[in-house]
Design a protein around this ligand. Sequence first.
Ligand SMILES: [Zn+2]
Length: 990
Amino acid sequence: MLQRVFVRHKSSFSATVRLPQTKFPGRTDQHAVQTQLLPQVTTELYDWNNRREVKSIQELFILHDGPPYANGDLHIGHALNKILKDIIVRFELLSGKKVHYRPGWDCHGLPIELKALEQIAQHKKTRKKEIKRKLKTSPNPELEAELAALEARLKPLEIIELCKQHALSTQQSQSAQFQRMGIMGDFANPYRTLDKNFVARQLRVFKRLFDNNLIKRQEKPVYWGCENATALAEGELEYNPEHRSTAVYVKFPLEHPPEAFGPQPVYALIWTSTPWTLAANRAISVNENMAYTIVESKGDRLIVAQKLVNSLRTIDPELRETDIQIPGSELLGCRYRNLLLVGGSQDTSLPILHGDHVTDSAGTGLVHTAPGHGQDDYFVCLKHSIQPYSPVNEHGKYTDELPDNDLQELVGLRVLGEGTQKMVAKLEKLRLCYHLDPNYTHSYPYDWRSKKPIIIRSTPQWFIDVGKIKAVTTELLQKNVQFFPPRGSNRLVSFINLRNEWCISRQRSWGVPIPVVYHKQTGEPLINDLVIERISQVIAAEDVESWFGESPMEKWIPSECNVNPDDYVRGTDTMDVWFDSGSSWTLVEQFLESTGLLPQAVARGYLADVYLEGSDQHRGWFQSSVLTKIGATAPGEPAVLPYGKIITHGFTLDEKGDKMSKSLGNTIVPVDIVEGNKAKKVPGLGIDGLRLWVAQADYTSDMAVGPVILNRVADVVKKLRFTFRFLLGNIGDMEQTVDYAQLDAMDRYILSRLASFEKKARQCYEAHNYSKIIKDMNQLVNVDLSSLYFDIRKDPLYTDFADSLKRRSTQTVFVEVLKVLTSVLAPIMPIMAQEAWNHSPELVTDGLRSSFMRGWYEVPQQYLNPELEAEMEQLLKLSHQIKTAIDKTLRSTETMKMASETEIYVDVAPETALGALVSKYEAQMTEYLMVSKFHLNTERPKDVLLETTDGDISIAVTRTDLDKCPRCWRYAVEGPAELCKRCTEVVACT
Ligand SMILES: [Zn+2]
C-alpha cells in the first residue's frame, strides 16, 4: 500500500502537492553499509562505550563470550549465538550501561590437531611423489635427505606449530565473519585459549584446585577413544541407540556351594554385552537384598535372581525352576572359578561381592565385574582392595598382560572386533556359554569425534574430585543463578550431580600441558606448589613450546624441591579442552580488577552478568566454568560464581525439521542469508535481515531456517524500510512539534499505541523475548501505521497548508514514531536504525550521532491512554465492517473503483454505547473511512447500492454526486475540474 504513496500525481497541480522527500534510500546501499554504517554501529560505537566511566557494578554489563572452536567456517548456529549475544549487549548499552564483550576462541584439542595433521600429510605426500620422480632420473643427496626427513614421524613441537597456525588463521577468518554480521565487541583484543597468558592463567587455576586438594591421579577405568588413543570425558560421548554387540550368558562353577544348594554342581550365571572383558573378570557382584534361586536347564543347575526367572524363559523355554531359595546375603563369601584363567599363573578362584548397582530389572541378577573396564565394577572392587586390570592398549587391542595361558593367542586383536569373536569361541570351547545373542541391539556410547564406539579401559589419569565440591556448587547454582529458559537449572544441576570425577588428562600434543614432572625410573609424579608455579611462570614468559621442546629440566624444577632435576622428565599429557575454556572466567576477573569493581562483584556473588550458549553447554562450558571457579576458591574466601544468569538457545534445523548437513544438501550458511543464494532459493536479507531472522524465532527450542521463513523475513525488512522512508519523507519541512493538548483523537490514539509498544518492548528485552517484540512491531507498523494512520493522513500531509494543525500534528506523531523505532529496533537491526537516524532531523536525534548515545527512548507517560485505545478499537471495528461493505459494493459495480467515491449511511440507536461513540466521532468518520461523506441516522436516498444490518447497526453505501478535486482527489466538489474549498485556498497562497 505504501508504494502507492510514491506514485507521482500527474495533475497540473503537482507542483503544489508536497510528496514525500528523503535521501533515505528505497533499497539497501551496500557501499554505505560497508563504509559508513557498519563501522558506525560497531567499532565507533564500542570505542565510545569504552570511554565511558563507571563507578558502580550496576552501571556495568558483562556478557562473557563462550569461545567457539577455531576450526572451520561459521555455520548458522554460530550466527544465531553471536547475534543473540549482540542483541543483549546492545540493549544494555541502550539502557545506559557500559558494556564489556570480549570475543573468545577455543583453540586447542583434537579436531584442530587432526585437521593440521591431515593438511601436512597431504603436503608430504605430494612432495614425496615429486622427489621420488626426480630421484628416478638422477641421484641427489639433498633430495634423499629431504625424503628421509619427510618419512620421519612429526615431533610434538612440529605438530604444535602446525596446530597454532591453523587455529590462528581460522580465528582471524571467523572474527572477520562475525564482524560482518554487525557484532559489536572488543574484536581488536580477543581472548584465545592458546595465548601464553591464557595458558599461564589456566595453570594457576589448576594450582588453586591442587591447593584445595581437588587434583588426584588414579589408575581408573575411563572412557577411551581407540581411534585417537585418548581418554574421553562424559561430554565427549554420544549414544547410538542402534549399536549391536555380542551378548552372552556365561556360567561360572561355584567352588563350595552352600549346603542348601544340594550336592550337585552349581553355576553362577552372568550376562554381559562386552564378552571381551571376561578375561579381566575379577569378581561377580550380587545384591545382598535380592532373593536368588536355582533353575535347571539342559542338565545344569544355575543361580539366578528369583525375579528374573520368567524373563530367562523367553530365551530358554525348557528352563525349570526349583524350590531352592537363598537371599543374596548368603551368596556373599562364596567363591567361583573363572575357567578362562586355567593354565596360567593367575588364581582362578574369585569372590562373589555385594554391589549396590545390581538390580533385578534385566540380566540374571549376578553381574560380571571387571574393575579395569567399568565404573561400578571399579568401586565395588575398590572396597575389597582388588586392583583395576585391563590388558588392552590405547588402540583398543589386547596386550600380553592377558592371562599367561592360551589366551595369549588373542594378543594384538581388536577387542571390539576379532578379539570378541575369539573370546566367545573360547567360552564355547570351555562350555561356559549358556546362551549367545550375536546381534544384541542397545544404546552404546560413541566418541563424538571419530563416531566410533568407545571402550572403558583403566589407565593412570589426572582427575578433579568433583564429588568434594558438587554439593556447594549445585546449591549456589540453585540459589544465585537465573536461568532462561528456567528448565536449564535442573539440567545443569542434575549433570553436576551425576558427576564424581572429571578426567582432565588427554594423551595428545595440542593442548595445555598438565604441569607435572615424572621420575625417570619409577614413573612417580612430582607435583607440588613450587613445580606448578615454576611451570606457569616459564610458560607465561616463553609459551608452551618450551615445555614440549628440548630444555634442561632445571628450568622446570625449582631448587627448593631438593631433587636432582636430571632424574625427571616432563609429562606429555595435555588438559581436557573444557578445562581451557572453563578457566576463561579469569579474564572477567581480570577485567573487573582493572575497573576497580572486583570487590563489588565478589559482594554480589558472581563475575559476569550473562553466559549465553546452546543448551548442549549444560554438560560442557557452563559446567566446566562453575566447577573450576568454585574449585579454585581459597579456604576462607567467599565462593563467587562465574555468572549471574545463564541463557540457552536451541539448534537450527531446516524447514522440514531435519538437521542441516552437507550430505543432505540442506545447509544454509550465514553468508547465504546476508547476500542471498539463488540455488537455495534464499533471498538476500542483508545483515539486519539475518539478525531479524534470529530475533523473530523462538530460540528457546530448535528453530527452522529455510526459504519460506526467510522470504517472510525479507518482507518485514522491506516493510520497515518503506516505513522509515515514509516517515522521514514527510517531516523534512518541520520546524517544531505540536503540543500534546492540541493533538486530535487519532494522533493521540497512535501515540498511545506507540507508548504501549515501547513499554512492552522494554519488558520483552528484559525478559529476552525478542520474537514478541518483532510480532508487536509488525502489528504497529502494518496495522496501526501503514493501513490506518499513514493512509488517512496522506491527504493533509500532501495537500494541506504546510503549517496546518493536522499536518503539523501528524508530523509530531511521526517524530515520536521515529524516536521509538530507532530506539526499539537498534539492538536487533542496528544498521537500518542507524541509517534512519542519520537521515533524521534534529527533532528526532537531538544532534546526537546514534540512538545508543541518547539511550532508550521512553515516551512521555501521558501518551498512554487505555480508555482512548478501547474507544478507538470499537470504532475501528465498525470501520472494518463499513469497509467490508464498501469493498463488496466496489466489486459489484464496474464504474466505481475507490472508496472515496462512496457515501456512507449508518443507522445506530443513539442511546446504545456504540451509538454514543459514533456520534462523538461523527465529524471524523469521513476522514477515517476516506469516503466522500458520512451520514449518521439520516434518511437514506433511494439509489442505495448496498445495505447491510448487523444487530443494532445498519450500513448503506451509495455513489456520491460530488466530483473529484483534481488536486487532492477527494470527491468534494460540485462540478468537474473544480478545486475543492481547501485546495482553492492552498493554491491561492502558493
Ligand atoms: Zn482538493
